[in-house]
Design a protein around this ligand. Structure first.
Ligand code: HEC
Length: 106
């Protein structure tokens, strides 16, 4: 009974907190400074990551790590991480829901 109740609560109240949300990666704090913890960039010139394709995020991170994307700011941020860590970060950001953002005024 309790489990049923919990499942129902998940559906109604917080679907993102229950079912599919991946475990928050330990390195997320560093990324959050620029990309936000939910993948909504907190500064100009930084891309949003929320809801991006998992494969794309994983490949992009590998490219920064291996130097095929030679962008110093991201290379410094990602550092020499393992494939497992890259995978966790990609899964985390891919699972976030994109939110509309305020329009910039020219
Ligand atoms: C100092 C700010 C900063 C930090 C910290 C940072 N990033 Fe980035 N990130 C950027 C910028 C700027 C870009 C755009 C770089 C480019 O032009 O390729 C970017 C690009 C990316 C992209 C590619 C997006 C795309 O659409 O191609 C991914 C994925 C990404 N960051 C993930 C991460 C992760 C995961 C972390 C934490 C380990 C992190 N970033 C930390 C600034 C940052």
């Amino acid at each position: 009974m309790r489990i049923l109740l919990l499942a129902a609560l998940c559906l109604v109240a917080a679907p993102t907190l229950c079912a599919q949300t991946p475990v928050q990666p330990t390195r997320l704090g560093l990324c959050a400074a620029c990309h936000g913890s939910t993948g909504h960039a907190s500064m100009p010139g930084v891309p949003n990551l929320a809801g991006q394709q998992l494969d794309y995020l994983r490949d992009a991170l590998k490219q920064y790590r291996d130097g095929r994307r030679n962008v110093p700011v991201m290379r410094a941020a990602i550092g020499p991480v393992s494939d497992t860590e890259l995978d966790m970060l990609a899964r985390w950001y891919s699972a976030q829901s994109p939110q509309p953002q305020p329009q910039a005024h020219p």
